[in-house]
Design a protein around this ligand. Structure first.
Ligand code: NAD
Length: 353
């Protein structure tokens, strides 16, 4: 399998494979760029059907982390880890200890964190073997209380701030009272966003394939539950995708009526060209990796130390970044996605000098 000529290689600094026979660990760590700081990115556990798929995923995700941290003005580079295995049946303490040793062997060039298939419990096991793990310790909550290392409350707050910036730009309103918002997925981030929108007076429509999560939003926040497909075609001001990626495609675009798309899900556009189609239709798209950076900001402060107030202020800068993206996109006649990438590349290049 070729790595240097891989279509997603994109000048990665390091791609390292590891196998631990006794625990059964098979993992890859990719470090894309460390010019702004150590490479931070989640550790995903997934039953990839072959090594090639695992490599493609880790390369794409680690490059994405370089862009995300650069755009969020963080002293971090981009990296990612994948464990080839089934998170439902393949987890063991020995496996994550071996993964901790693998992370430790890189001496801090890569810092790991939770991702799909891993969580706080796995971070705590890795932390037995390495300091270079984020999200394992209790943290001060944004409202001053205490919480575990889960960064999703900061992600939700960043999406709320970013949604406000998008609404102000596209609809010219700063007051969210009466704003109609459709949220796809009311899990950790989507529910947090819904709570803040409710407090600001917005009207909510929600859809979730997990009935208990949907019910929680209906019962606690007075949201209106709609079907999985119905959520796209509602006559609302904002569509907030907070479930899975790839949900903006030609089919869903046909149904969508909201003039603003602002949500947490990663990789929302099924295909990069769709950003042009959204622009053509007058729909303002808040680039996913710009608006959902609250989590990585939170994790960064966990590493460097910082109060909840500092985290909150940095998360609020997501609104400034988005305003800059929206204004530049208009001035340069480009999509918001193109401008977000350009801004991230400019910051990365400045860091390399
Ligand atoms: P989560 O698993 O807690 O919540 C996702 C919710 O979406 C679940 O309730 C699930 O049942 C629901 N869902 C899945 N498929 C659906 C569908 N087809 N229609 C409706 N609902 C559906 O995850 P989360 O942590 O809230 O993350 C949400 C999204 O935001 C993910 O795409 C994640 O990658 C992204 N994200 C999360 C963070 C974070 O800090 N948690 C940070 C950045 C990006």
């Amino acid at each position: 399998m070729s790595v240097f000529s891989h279509i997603d290689f994109d000048q990665h600094e390091q791609v390292i494979y590891s196998q631990d026979k006794s625990s059964g660990l098979k993992a890859i760590i990719a470090i894309h760029d460390t010019s702004l700081g150590p490479a931070l990115g989640g550790c995903r556990m997934w039953p990839y059907s072959n090594d090639e798929l695992a490599l493609r995923d880790v390369l794409r995700l680690s490059r994405g982390m370089s862009y995300k941290s650069a755009l969020a003005n963080l002293p971090l580079g981009g990296g990612k880890a994948v464990i080839i295995g089934d998170p439902r049946s393949g987890k063991s303490e020995a496996l994550f200890q071996a993964m901790g040793d693998f992370v430790e062997s890189l001496g801090g060039r890569y810092i790991t964190a939770a991702d799909s298939g891993t969580g706080v419990a796995e971070m705590q096991i890795m932390a037995q073997r390495t300091r270079h793990v984020a999200g394992a310790d209790p943290r001060e909550a944004l409202d001053g209380g205490s919480r575990d290392g889960d960064p999703s409350p900061s992600t939700a707050y960043g999406v709320f701030v970013g949604l406000q910036a998008a609404v102000q730009h596209r609809l010219g309103r700063s007051d969210l009272n009466g704003l109609k918002v459709a949220i796809q997925g009311v899990g950790q981030v989507g529910f947090g966003l819904a709570q803040q929108l409710k407090a600001a007076g917005a009207q909510l429509w929600v859809s979730d394939i997990f009935a208990a999560n949907e019910r929680r939003a209906v019962e606690q926040l007075g949201a209106i539950a709609v079907g999985q497909h119905e959520i796209y075609g509602l006559d609302v001001d904002v569509f907030a995708p907070c479930a899975m990626g790839g949900i903006l495609n030609l089919q869903t675009l046909e149904a969508l009526r909201a003039p603003v798309i602002a949500g947490a899900a990663n990789n929302q556009l099924a295909d990069a060209q769709l950003a042009e189609e959204l622009q053509r239709r007058g729909c303002l798209y808040a680039p996913d990796y710009a608006i959902n950076a609250g989590g990585i900001i939170d994790v960064c402060y966990e590493r460097t130390g910082g109060s909840a107030a500092q985290v909150r202020a940095h998360v609020e800068s997501i609104g400034d970044t988005l305003r800059q993206i929206f204004q530049r996109a208009e001035a340069e006649g480009c999509t918001t996605s193109v401008i977000a990438d350009r801004l991230a590349q400019e910051r990365l290049h400045a860091g390399r000098r």
